[in-house]
Design a protein around this ligand. Structure first.
Ligand SMILES: NC(=O)c1ccc[n+]([C@@H]2O[C@H](COP(=O)([O-])OP(=O)(O)OC[C@H]3O[C@@H](n4cnc5c(N)ncnc54)[C@H](OP(=O)(O)O)[C@@H]3O)[C@@H](O)[C@H]2O)c1
Length: 270
């Protein structure tokens, strides 16, 4: 029997992108899945596609940064499937722009979605997941490993997930709950994906992709099954993370140099 067979998973931000790929992977492996996002049309379309894999799929529209909506997502899992084994805090928003140019609204939206939007669903689900020694996973980024130019609020919100994850892991050890963080690298994105510019306007992402959504989903599911504390995806993520641990000053110097040169990868880092 597959490890995920019969387990109930709530995946936030699963109407598209990595969250949708993850919902598809878990559904294929026999899990009962609750997907959530704000946009109802896309969420409904994704629900219909997933229903072709299994009837045990429920969709809940809502904002992860709003406590009532986060509770609603967890209630949907408990009401429909009798409990919750897995929470993947995947919903997130990216931004570009130097810190001095950010509007207060952009700072608020990024932190509200990427940090409180992980805390609220976790808080609503923790008691249920503790009962079954399940999984709570946070989808972070290479930008959660070290600071990157043009992404300050994003780095702050993703970096904070590491602290949240570490505290929760210790507190939940007694209940056998696996709490893990995934540092995604540049991943293929859907055409609808938008990121926030410094002034709050929505712009297209402009980065290369180092892995597909399917590869990311399979790696995340694998780290859950092995109950790993941390997964760092893509060669730049692994190399950058290691280099930063060994010599943060050197990495900072390399980024400053790269930023002023034509080494464009650091301009597009997420
Ligand atoms: N793609 C990458 O290269 C990459 C790299 C590193 C880290 N990540 C992280 O991986 C995660 C997924 O990225 P992705 O590229 O798949 O993103 P995406 O294509 O933009 O999808 C984001 C999903 O989250 C939902 N969402 C956004 N804000 C929400 C909110 N406040 N409440 C509820 N749902 C919300 C979106 O639907 P609605 O807009 O309709 O709500 C959508 O379903 C994010 O946390 C991102 O930061 C991605």
């Amino acid at each position: 029997m597959d490890y995920f067979d019969g387990k109930t998973a709530l995946i936030t931000g699963a109407s598209r992108g990595v969250g949708y790929a993850l919902a598809r992977e878990l559904a294929t492996r026999g899990a009962r899945v609750v997907i959530s996002a704000r946009g109802e049309k896309r969420l409904h379309d994704s629900l219909e596609k997933l229903r072709k894999i299994t009837p045990d799929i429920v969709a809940v529209a809502g904002d992860v940064g709003a406590w009532e909506d986060a509770e609603k997502m967890v209630f949907a899992a408990v009401d429909n499937f009798g409990g919750i084994d897995i929470l993947v805090n995947n919903a997130g928003v990216s931004m570009r722009g130097n810190f001095s140019e950010l509007t207060p609204e952009v700072c608020q939206q990024v932190v509200q979605t990427n940090l409180l939007g992980c805390m609220f669903p976790s808080l609503a689900a923790v008691e249920h997941i503790s009962k079954v020694g399940g999984h709570i996973v946070f989808i972070s980024s290479i930008a959660g490993l070290f600071g990157l130019p043009g992404a300050s609020a994003y780095c702050a919100s993703k970096g904070a997930l590491t602290g949240l994850c570490e505290s929760m892991r210790i507190e939940l050890h007694q209940f056998g709950v696996h709490v893990g963080v995934v540092h995604l690298g540049f991943t293929e994105h859907d055409p609808e994906k938008r990121i926030l510019a410094a002034d709050g306007s929505q712009v297209l992402p402009d980065r290369p992709a180092h892995n597909t959504q399917e590869q990311a989903a399979k790696a995340i599911v694998g780290m859950m099954q092995k109950r790993k504390r941390r997964l760092v995806m893509t060669p730049p993520g692994k190399l950058g993370g290691l280099a930063y641990r060994l010599s943060p000053g050197l990495v900072e110097k390399a980024i400053v140099t790269a930023k002023s040169s034509s080494w464009a990868i650091f301009k597009d880092f997420e």
